[in-house]
Design a protein around this ligand. Structure first.
Ligand code: FAD
Ligand code: NAP
Length: 338
């Protein structure tokens, strides 16, 4: 195990921003993580636990220690009449893990196919897509306390999952390293194709008998056709969350903007499609140097080549200001800023 100094992070963040880390170390086992935690350089430095780097933006060089979590392994740890309990190590690639489950007929994660990143980051923001969030399939996780080095288990309630949120982004921010996540997956699938795009794609694919494999394929097809591939254009997916407003606020906006895109939430509030708000303000396809707003999906900010993180951040500030001016709605960033 080697702690390197002044390491480039350009290939380790999907925005492709060219920054360095003062210290960098990659851990492949629990023992290595425990050893790193015990080192004075770890205890004294700012820390960043890194997965696939697909949900963060570096606005400057990282003046601390980056710990890349590369723990591997997938195992069934239990089963009952209805479910399999599958434990995956934090460093497993999320999409490869989903494919493993889909191929073995462990049902429940198929709508979350092709999301970049690692298993360990999935509870951080309760990743979600096409009507499914991991909280719906989550059983428990194990995490190491960065101060004491002790391992703790968190159940669903203790993770305090919300829309693109968890306790690890709030009061336990930077306090734990997630080392494994266990999912409770169904033996008999409960298909969820309520997101319009999936049904349409299944039709195009000519699917007669629904399966988790066909849903996964449909999701992959839609995502590949709509979203920029970070290997080609730097991005971190949706840069902003979809804002939640009250019914009364919505009714006022709806008079002024009858075509506004919004969805009912269970708590009685409304969720606005942030992409629509940004597009309506004229940002779609705009660029400033190499920092831009994607031409097909206004929610995705992109780095065409050599944009700096602060240029992308400044663009996000301008977008927040203009959406606030036009709609009176405050956008919140989903991407973690460093
Ligand atoms: P990183 O970017 O490496 O880290 C994200 C945060 O988690 C950081 O704060 C980091 O410190 C922390 N972290 C990472 N690993 C650990 C760990 N083991 N322990 C403690 N903290 C940790 N997200 C969705 O929810 N739904 C989508 O549909 C979706 N689509 C996307 C599409 C594209 C093209 C892209 C680029 C991104 C998309 N995202 C989506 C965002 C992103 O893929 C997810 O948030 C993903 O879970 C991030 O994983 P990561 O390993 O890359 O995390
Ligand atoms: P889309 O299907 O064009 O939908 C646009 C927005 O409307 C989405 O943000 C989605 O909210 C909402 N929406 C659509 N149908 C809905 C329904 N039936 N009920 C409730 N809300 C609905 O979006 P897209 O950009 O192509 O993305 C597809 C899915 O992948 C979405 O779930 C999106 O969240 C996810 N995704 C996430 C990221 C990320 O980085 N976080 C990046 C790409 C895609 P929700 O976002 O709440 O689902």
């Amino acid at each position: 195990m080697l702690i390197k100094e002044n390491v480039s992070l350009k290939m380790l963040n999907t925005f492709g921003v060219d920054v360095t880390s003062k210290y960098f170390v990659e851990a492949f086992s629990m023992d290595e993580i425990k050893e790193i935690i015990s080192l004075p350089v770890f205890q004294k430095s700012n820390k960043l636990i890194l997965g696939g780097g697909s949900n963060l933006l570096f606005t400057k060089n990282f003046d601390g220690l980056v710990l890349k979590n590369s723990l591997k392994g997938i195992e069934i740890i239990n089963e009952d009449a209805d479910s399999y309990y599958i434990k995956a190590a934090a460093g497993e690639i999320w999409h490869e893990f989903v494919m493993h489950c889909v191929n073995k007929n462990y049902a429940g994660l198929e709508n979350l196919s092709l999301i970049p990143g690692c298993v360990g980051a999935s509870p951080m923001q309760n990743i979600g897509a096409y009507g499914v969030e991991i909280k719906d399939r989550f059983f428990e996780l194990e995490a190491i306390d960065v101060e004491t080095g002790t391992v703790q288990k968190f159940n669903n309630q203790q993770c305090e999952f919300g829309y693109r949120e968890s306790v690890f982004k709030k009061k336990l921010k930077n306090k734990f390293i997630i080392i494994s996540v266990t999912f409770k997956l169904n033996k008999i699938p409960k298909f969820n194709i309520s997101y319009g795009a999936i049904e349409k794609e299944l039709e195009v694919m000519g699917v007669q008998n629904l399966s988790i494999q066909s849903i996964s394929k449909a999701v992959c097809n839609i995502r590949s056709s709509k979203l920029p591939n970070p290997a080609e254009i730097g991005n971190a997916g949706s840069f902003f969350k979809n804002p939640e407003i009250t019914k009364q606020q919505f009714e006022k906006l709806n008079i002024q903007f009858p075509e506004i895109v919004a969805y009912n939430l269970e708590n009685g509030n409304m969720k606005l499609a942030a992409g629509w708000l940004i597009e309506k303000c004229g940002w779609k396809g705009k660029s400033f140097g190499d920092a831009g707003v994607h031409k097909n999906q206004a929610l995705v900010l992109v780095n065409y080549a050599n944009a700096t993180g602060s240029e992308i951040f400044e663009l996000s500030e301008k977008i927040i200001d203009s959406v606030k001016n036009v709609f009176g709605v405050e956008l919140e960033r989903e991407v973690n800023i460093f």
